[in-house]
Design a protein around this ligand. Structure first.
Ligand code: HEM
Ligand SMILES: CC(C)=CCC/C(C)=C/CC/C(C)=C/COP(=O)(O)OP(=O)(O)O
Length: 271
């Protein structure tokens, strides 16, 4: 029963959303409260895991059509739509309760809004237009906002807007490269491919230049202070080298690490 649950919850993806929320928490100058940090990481990860479960209930017809997803518990019959929905709802409830216990009303409200956006906007749009990603990346940029607000910050503070904006920009190539690798799968399922016009690879590198420039804005605006040297070493430098070398082989794994590298940098000197 463990394997189907892991495929339903997608723990690496869920955890990385929790890690992205921790980045928002650490960006805030308030003193780090380890219990709150743990509740934030667990709460957002449970929300993302619950969202993945409910997304798989909604997309069980599509998942059956793709090699990448047809081993998931619903196409395999390991779980019924009803049991997967109950399990997903339990994870979401747990996540909301954890966020409320640690941060009051705003963090769970933001989490519920992000989850609603993912399930009610991104998931239906994905079947209709490749631009679903542009909408979906909005909810994917929510975790740092949740962490920032749980630390006591305002959701409209320019500092967290910069960090959420960076995560927004990152999701585009993160998914774009992934979809290119599984293009045949997406065609088989009839899911519109993010196929920009001629010069697709040129656009990917253009986007990487934008991501590099955006990463450089955080120290440039003083949003990141003492960690600036590490920030430049982990972001603009590798991104510039990979982009100049146009090495998709290095770009893909580097991109999957990106939110973790952001959090590692922001944790410097905070504990
Ligand atoms: C709407 C925005 C996003 C889209 C469309 C997207 C799309 C995807 C897809 C299709 C996969 C492959 C999943 C699989 O094969 O099971 C994936 C993997 C992954 N995504 Fe994203 N993603 C988005 C946002 C995010 C965010 C916000 C994070 C974390 C901050 C994230 C982290 C990951 C990780 C860590 C994996 C690898 C999971 C694994 O290997 O088990 N993604 N993403
Ligand atoms: C706080 C909170 C809950 C924020 C929302 C974060 C979140 C769940 C972002 C979406 C990440 C994701 C798994 C997209 C892939 O969906 P997909 O349906 O394209 O993936 P698939 O094709 O592998 O099923």
């Amino acid at each position: 029963m463990i394997a189907p649950l892991l495929r339903l919850f997608r723990p690496r993806l869920a955890l990385l959303n929790g890690v992205a929320a921790v980045a928002g928490y650490l960006l805030h100058p308030a003193e780090v409260r380890v219990l709150s940090l743990g509740a934030l990481l667990g709460g957002v990860a449970l929300l993302a895991a619950g969202g993945s479960a409910i997304n798989q209930v909604v997309e069980r017809d599509l998942d059956r059509l793709m090699v990448r997803t047809n081993r998931r518990p619903l196409p395999q019959g390991d779980l019924t739509p009803r049991s997967a929905t109950v399990i997903g709802a339990a994870a979401v409830t747990g996540g909301l309760l954890l966020l409320a216990a640690a941060g009051g009303l705003l963090p769970p409200l933001l989490g519920a809004a992000a989850l609603g956006w993912y399930l009610a906007i991104y998931t239906p749009l994905k079947r209709r237009t490749s631009l679903a990603l542009a909408a979906g990346a909005v909810c994917g940029a929510a975790p740092p906002l949740i962490g920032w607000c749980l630390a006591g910050g305002s959701p409209t503070d320019y500092r967290v807007m910069f960090l959420a904006g960076l995560l927004y920009l990152w999701q585009i190539p993160h998914f774009w490269l992934f979809q290119r690798r599984h293009a045949a799968d997406y065609r088989a399922a009839g899911i519109p491919l993010l196929r920009p016009p001629v010069g697709e690879t040129g656009l990917v590198w253009l986007w990487m230049a934008a991501l590099t420039a955006a990463a450089m804005l955080l120290p440039a605006f003083g949003i990141i202070g003492q960690q600036a040297a590490l920030w430049y070493a982990l972001f603009p430098l590798p991104l510039a080298v990979i982009s100049l070398a146009r090495s998709e082989r290095f770009l893909f794994p580097y991109l999957n690490l990106f939110p973790l590298l952001v959090t590692v940098t922001l944790s410097l000197g905070r504990f």
